[in-house]
Design a binder for this molecule. Structure first.
Ligand SMILES: Nc1ncnc2c1ncn2[C@@H]1O[C@H](COP(=O)(O)OP(=O)(O)OP(=O)(O)O)[C@@H](O)[C@H]1O
Length: 269
């Protein structure tokens, strides 16, 4: 079933600049359309500045587009009342790249993961502790870790805590904005495996924003490529990306080739 539809979204930063008198503002997003079905990971690829994070913010309800619509669970997220918006926030979560800055260093892990539960669930203290312990175990940490503070964890462990917080309310869609980009290769592979497992167990959908074609290929079912605010490729079957002749897409593929100059097989391993 269709979960998210982005319909002909156009956006530029700065008030009225796109449609102001000068009319010279280049949009950061131009007529962007895409959709995500339930249980599917769409990888959104593109080089730096392509507009990927802006599109993520538009989808999360954080940046109202100047044109176009975002339909989540059949509702326009920019044309809904406060009650419906609260429900959307529950079902639409995000994990950012920088695990440190998206966590309050003064809060214990229990409070970090407990925050969304406080806002949406009416659990007793003991029920909440049990739920937090289960979430920590689900992401490969220990229930006892809930008493610790962010500085006591590695970057990969902190990203696991961010993921535990993101899945605490059993959302439908998680926007992963460069969520593994700052991690070393081994940790990256472990977090991708965890995300894949959680997707399978909970039937989650992901929008996986990344410039890294290998990471995108590993986690995604479908791939989209953006270049200068425009979707230049949409691949229902991710294998099809390797047949593309679009210059921006070939550039992304080239980065894989460059690492393995003698490897004629360009599919990421
Ligand atoms: N808050 C903002 N105000 C003004 N311009 C912005 C803002 N955020 C992003 N931009 C500009 O919009 C363009 C697209 O940025 P965006 O972050 O969406 O791209 P991206 O594909 O996610 O790239 P990166 O991976 O480098 O973040 C860039 O030119 C960027 O400088």
């Amino acid at each position: 079933m269709r979960l998210l539809q982005v319909q002909e979204v156009t956006h530029a930063y700065g008030k009225d600049r796109l449609f102001g008198r000068s009319g010279r503002q280049t949009p950061v997003l131009s007529n962007v359309s895409l959709s995500i079905d339930e249980g599917v990971c769409l990888g959104l690829l593109g080089s730096s500045g392509a507009g990927k994070s802006t599109l993520g913010k538009v989808i999360l309800g954080l940046e109202k587009p100047q044109r176009g619509r975002v339909i989540f669970q059949r509702q326009d997220i920019y044309a809904m009342n406060a009650v419906a918006r609260k429900q959307v926030r529950r079902n639409l979560q995000v994990v950012f790249q920088d695990s440190y800055s998206s966590i309050n260093p003064r809060m214990s892990v229990e409070r970090i993961i407990g925050e969304p539960l406080d806002n949406y669930e009416s659990m007793s203290v003991n029920e909440q502790k049990r739920a937090i312990g289960e979430l920590l175990e689900m992401v490969g940490l220990k229930a006892a870790d809930m008493t610790k503070y962010p500085h006591q964890f590695s970057g990969g462990q902190l990203q696991r805590i961010n993921i535990a917080r993101a899945i605490a309310l059993k959302p439908k869609l998680i926007v992963l904005d460069e969520s593994v980009s700052s991690l070393d290769m081994v940790t990256q592979a472990q977090i991708l495996a965890l995300l894949n497992e959680l997707k399978r167990v909970f039937g989650l959908s992901y929008l996986f924003i990344t410039h890294d074609i290998k990471a995108a290929y590993a986690l995604s079912d479908r791939l989209a490529v953006m270049d200068m605010g425009v979707v230049v490729g949409m691949f229902e079957d991710k294998e099809q990306i390797f047949a593309s002749t679009h210059p921006a897409i070939m550039n992304l593929l080239q980065s894989v080739l460059a690492e393995h100059p003698r490897n004629r097989q360009i599919k990421p391993v």
